[in-house]
Design a protein around this ligand. Structure first.
Ligand code: 13P
Ligand code: SF4
Length: 358
């Protein structure tokens, strides 16, 4: 074949076996019909407090089509707490914080995992399920923490701090996880650090999560300069203003926030722990100092609580939409591929975390 003829051939990368194993199916009809209305009425009930009736006819045909296609593909949808309410409540099979999603990824017997979250979460699912097809509806959904550190940085830190164990946040690439001794998430950070039984631990790459862990333990923490672009935007002044406006307000914050912000909070925890706080303690009025969709999702299950919503959106999480999830299941893309040698080493770090009895 001439070089020019070769260029006109469709490019099918060897690393994308999935469309061959699961041929594309026809795009389902996306009309709003009485049948669609009836089939999705029970799901609209879950989101009626956050999605106005006039918007539902745009979402419902996608919801029905995605739920039907999940059965055809034997697929499961794992959705992070920051996904929008129509994804979180109407098409997800499993919802949760990063730790819960990683744990559930080890349990599924579906052939296909569709990760509604950001790329490192999908990579974690692939690392734990090397034989399954893992899809992310938009592979550009990144994370400022995951891009803040490289595998070479971790090797250099090990050279500078010989013998100090390395715990990396799950918000990292597979290559970085492969260099670590163990992973941690905001839901288990302190317990993971203490499980290493070392006077010093490197906690990478989130400087603020590292500072928060240091405030909760006697272990000396060595950190990196990464930060979450969403949580570092909150300020202590903004939180004081909420408190001045209503001294009874309960302030809940994610540990990716800077320390002066956490100092104003009544409770700090992972996204799942913040949600549990509201569902169990039922505060009258709350502000969730974290990504914006969290409040919408918790609100749907806590109608008696009033929410003040500081709207800091994660632009990466918001790349995932119902139309992209449907496209993903129709065309089986974007498939997440991790180099098997890297995946094997990264898996050891993730499994050490998942298997800890905490
Ligand atoms: P959680 O593990 O608390 O869900 O946090 C993940 C994340 O990306 C927060 O920004
Ligand atoms: Fe990453 Fe921050 Fe977005 Fe979470 S909220 S995915 S840490 S950029």
């Amino acid at each position: 074949m001439s070089p020019l003829a070769a260029l006109s051939q469709p490019f099918v990368p060897e690393a994308l076996p999935s469309p061959r194993r699961h041929p594309p199916v026809a795009m389902p009809s996306l009309e709003w019909t009485p049948e669609v209305q009836a089939a999705t009425a029970h799901l609209y009930d879950r989101v009626k407090t956050v999605i106005p009736p006039v918007e539902w006819p745009f979402f419902a045909p996608y919801v029905k089509a995605i739920n039907e296609l999940k059965r055809v593909r034997n697929a499961v949808i794992l959705a992070h707490n920051y996904q929008t309410p129509e994804i979180y409540n109407c098409v997800a099979d499993v919802v949760g914080d990063s730790f819960q999603l990683a744990r559930e990824a080890t349990k599924t017997d579906a052939d296909v995992i569709v990760q509604c979250g950001v790329h490192f979460m999908a990579e974690t699912s692939k690392i734990l399920n090397p034989d399954k097809t893992v899809l992310i509806p938009d592979s550009r959904a990144g994370c400022s923490l995951a891009t803040s550190i490289t595998a070479a940085d971790v090797r250099e830190l090990r050279r500078r701090h010989p013998g100090v164990p390395v715990a990396v946040y799950v918000n990292t690439t597979a290559e970085v996880k492969a260099e670590a001794d163990i992973c941690l998430t905001s839901g288990n950070a302190v317990q993971v650090v203490e499980s290493l039984e070392s006077p010093e631990v490197m906690v990478l790459p989130d400087q603020y999560l590292a500072m928060w862990i240091a405030s909760q333990t006697k272990v000396k923490i060595i950190s990196w300069h990464g930060a979450c672009e969403v949580h570092e935007r909150f300020t202590a002044g903004e939180l004081r203003a909420y408190r001045e406006a209503d001294p009874g307000i309960v302030i809940l914050a994610h540990p990716e926030c800077p320390p002066d912000v956490l100092a104003e909070a009544d409770f700090t925890g992972s996204t799942a722990k913040l949600a549990d706080y509201v569902k169990l303690r039922k505060p009258k009025k709350v502000v969730m100092v974290t990504e914006c969709s969290m409040a919408d999702n918790v609100m749907a299950e806590a109608p008696e609580t009033e929410f003040v919503k500081p709207c800091n959106l994660c632009p990466h999480m918001k790349r995932i939409t119902l139309p992209k999830i449907l496209e993903s299941l129709v065309h089986m893309r974007d498939e997440v591929i991790v180099d098997p040698a890297v995946a094997e080493r990264a898996r050891a770090s993730v499994e050490r975390m998942v298997n800890l009895k905490i």
